[in-house]
Design a protein around this ligand. Structure first.
Ligand code: GLN
Length: 330
């Protein structure tokens, strides 16, 4: 296991200072609006703002409301994709869902013209397909399996927010329409109700920014939780997951994000954004006011500042790549 000293030019103390300065720089930004198409999400406290960095050395640094719970929403898609890869293999997963950015909204009703597959697993159509694949493989235990692995990644037992789950299940008609089209396209092989129930549940898992940062550090640490030392995800699946997060994780902002911020990331309409610096950090922001694309406004601003200060962009000249490689090339 590596220590957090593998992080370029920042001691833990500098992380704390940096998070505090980012928090105060963006605290008064009230742009954006709460998601309200899932009625229960409109009840979040709009001013909540939390930041967290977890290192592969097992350290956690936080600022603001990093312990306030919210629902993981679409950030779950990255992790369920990772689990489907592990359980069914890369080739099977690719027969159901592509790995191309869609360039469209997360809830768009569009499919690949040739294969009729969803474009990628980070948008709703792709994630509902992956939920169906998990149900096919795991049957009735699918949600317990997902919750257990998410908990392993976070390093503590996570729970379902029943109220958000019910709210989404009662109102998710667009996702229902998508699931029926997936059935018609023959990429969903279980009933739409079964796939949707897992999908609505996985989106309603309660996390904090600290949890998300820890889950990100588990991905950064090749699937092993840096604190507990237990494997939550399979190594090969982690690589594929990070690649798709890099190209597709921010919906129709994915290109801009890769250009400006340059780390694999995933956002959710609950207000979370998770970023991963491979072999180094999990970074999470929580602020529930969203822009028109469904990404947290203060989250994006915080990642921009953090990425700039720490030189996190994958192609930044100060980013020396993974410390594993840098020990080999020196
Ligand atoms: N549960 C949400 C939905 O399906 C997730 C969307 C998101 O976070 N972008 O609409």
């Amino acid at each position: 296991m590596m220590s957090s000293q593998s992080v370029p030019s920042a001691s833990p103390h500098e992380f704390d200072r940096l998070l505090e300065s980012i928090h105060s720089a963006h605290r008064d930004n009230r742009a954006g609006a709460l998601a309200d198409y899932i009625p229960e999400l409109a009840k979040a406290s709009p001013d909540d703002f939390g930041l967290a960095i977890a290192t592969v050395g097992g350290r956690l640094h936080i600022a603001g409301d990093a312990e306030v719970p919210f629902t993981i929403q679409s950030i779950s898609k990255a992790f369920t994709f990772c689990l489907a890869l592990e359980l069914t293999g890369r080739d099977t997963v690719l027969t159901r869902v592509g790995v191309e950015p869609s360039g469209d909204a997360f809830n768009a009703i569009i499919f690949d013209a040739v294969g009729k597959k969803p474009f990628n697993p980070m948008v709703n159509a792709g994630a509902i397909t992956i939920a169906g694949l998990l149900c096919e493989t795991l049957g009735a235990s699918a949600f317990d399996f997902v919750l257990d692995r998410f908990s392993q990644a976070a390093g503590r037992p996570l729970t379902l927010d029943e109220t958000v789950y019910r709210s989404e299940a009662e109102t998710g008609h667009r996702n229902r329409a998508i699931a029926h089209l997936l059935l018609a396209n023959d990429v969903l092989k279980v009933s739409p109700d079964e796939a949707l129930d897992l999908y609505f549940r996985q989106c309603s898992i309660r996390v904090t920014a600290s949890d998300l940062a820890r889950m990100g550090a588990t991905l950064a640490n090749m699937g092993e939780n840096p604190v507990t030392g237990r494997a939550a995800f399979e190594l090969r699946a982690v690589r594929n997951t990070l690649a798709v997060m890099f190209t597709c994780g921010m919906y129709d902002y994915a290109g801009n994000w890769a250009y400006d911020i340059g780390v694999p990331a995933k956002s959710g309409v609950g207000g979370g954004i998770l970023g991963v610096v491979n072999r180094q950090l999990g970074i999470a922001t929580y602020s529930p006011r969203l822009d028109a694309r469904g990404n947290s406004v203060r989250g994006i601003a915080s990642f921009e500042m953090l990425g700039e200060e720490l030189g996190l962009h994958a192609f930044d000249c100060t980013n020396m790549g993974s410390s594993f490689v840098s020990t080999l090339i020196r």
